[in-house]
Design a binder for this molecule. Sequence first.
Ligand SMILES: Cc1cc2nc3c(=O)[nH]c(=O)nc-3n(C[C@H](O)[C@H](O)[C@H](O)COP(=O)(O)OP(=O)(O)OC[C@H]3O[C@@H](n4cnc5c(N)ncnc54)[C@H](O)[C@@H]3O)c2cc1C
Length: 574
Amino acid sequence: MIYTAPVRDMMFNLFDVIGMDHPNAPQETVEAVLTEAARFCETVALPLNASGDAEGARFDAGKVTTPKGFKDAYKAYVDGGWPSLGCAEADGGQGLPEPLQFALVEMLTSANMAFGLCPLLTTGAYHALSAHGSADLKSRYLPKLVDGTWPGTMCLTEAHCGTDLGLMKTKAAPQADGSHKLTGTKIFITYGEHDLTENIVHLVLAKLPDAPPGVKGISLFLSPKILPDGTRNAISCGSIEHKHGINGSPTCVMNFDGATGWLVGEPHKGLACMFTMMNNARLQVGIQGLGIAETAYQTATAYAKSRLQMRAVDGVKKPELAADPIIVHPDVRRMLMNMRATTEAARVLALWVGNHLEMSKHHEDPAQRQRSDDLVQLLTPVVKACLTDHGTASANDAIQVHGGHGFIKTTGVEQLARDGRIAQIYEGTNGIQALDLIGRKRNLHNGRLLQTYFAEIDMLLSRADGNSALQEFTKPLAQALATLKHVTETLGSAPLEAPSAAVDYTRLFSLVSLCHMWGLITEAALPKTNDSFYATKLKLARYFMLKVLPEIATLQQRIAAGTAPVMALAEDEF
Ligand SMILES: Cc1cc2nc3c(=O)[nH]c(=O)nc-3n(C[C@H](O)[C@H](O)[C@H](O)COP(=O)(O)OP(=O)(O)OC[C@H]3O[C@@H](n4cnc5c(N)ncnc54)[C@H](O)[C@@H]3O)c2cc1C
């Protein structure tokens, strides 16, 4: 597998395209951080990727051992100060802005997704505890999560409930000292047990005795593997899963047998607290898709330049060789261009949303905080679904570019396809993200979120007035936006209409967002096209407008076809 972190592209995106402006993050600092992150990912995490996959995490009588090298790599990650990168200075973190955290997640995933999952979940646990924990819990656990000494987990799923958390059975019994005893079994818990660290901080959803039924009766608890007095809590790992990908990361059955835990946030409000973690994690999982897509592209490109098969149909390109490299063939080009034209816009989308996430929390103007929060809420399901679908599509294309060798383990691209696939499923399946977008976010505050986003696109369109070079890229955006508005306004209101259209609507929305990002990229690149880095951006933007964006017409037609074809079969006809 081939991977060099795209530091130059990230710098261009952060400063020229999205105009990140943060007191802790001047250009020199950001460049130094990204360069050092790249070094860690390329030289420490990447070399463990294939071996971690082959060896896998192992389970023996309750003990979980991570693949060879993971423990040292985690220590190097902690020693390098990476866990605290995006944590608030007030919590002992470095207070660097969210887009930098997002860039780190992308690089870690590109290099080694199974390894990168542990820090990813810890970031989510940090955010949930920081936002909702009591002063006492924070003083005991936040510093350890911030410096990575103790990583975090997220314990939601049970055998009978994944999407529908209201069905949860894990119980929390209040104790006289204010703590709770947690009893139940969670499944699929990523890094629920391992040998990387001494302690693990579990964030667990459970029901109090007086819980109302359904999701309104779920509370959030913090339950550590090792209790403050140094004894082992009543938490054990029953087994780990044998799975399709991310084999280096343990996916655990976790038994809570009267385990001590402490309430985080208010009773019965646990799902809202957990959503602090899940929303952050959903964005980061989206970025996992981006990370997979980048490595898929780089690996496929290197192969396409070196594999010799057949001659170019428009004339021999390398007469000195036995055949031309397959990169001369339009169909191979098509796959590489599909990967790259979406990946580069997807990177900007992730960083742009990360910048708004930062502004939603820290901007001095409350109106801007509100606008940024609207954008983050609206675009979280878009980033999650669009980028993870793209990760899988790119990994598939990378296999295809490699031909039969892509199906063989040594090239590494089949691992990308296996690893990246889970990102479409966990943190809420992409089908559920689509329902969130069309069913909830579309209508929230009488459509205010949508209006805020459309106004952002309109600002770019008005900047293009009188700029004919930019209009080459903003005219297709204006048309795509008009289609999205039309589809949004004409969507049927019968109960099954929105759910039937959800995935197509989310794809259509994603294409508009990617097109919006290409508008911003070309705006920044156009004045500098004497440098090939920027000239290439324009070529990629053109490919996106002419070869990717037209999918919108098909999506519009499919959405207009409504619910009837989807629901036509009676259940016994399946
Ligand atoms: C490797 C791995 C790691 C994981 N890590 C964690 C972790 O760390 N912590 C944790 O708590 N969980 C974790 N999970 C669990 C993961 O989040 C769930 O698997 C996921 O949310 C889906 O739940 P489910 O598997 O029960 O599927 P189900 O909820 O049974 O869904 C099955 C299918 O039905 C669809 N569906 C369900 N309801 C609806 C609806 N209303 N409308 C339309 N379609 C619907 C879904 O989209 C899906 O396609 C992990 C899972 C895996 C495999």
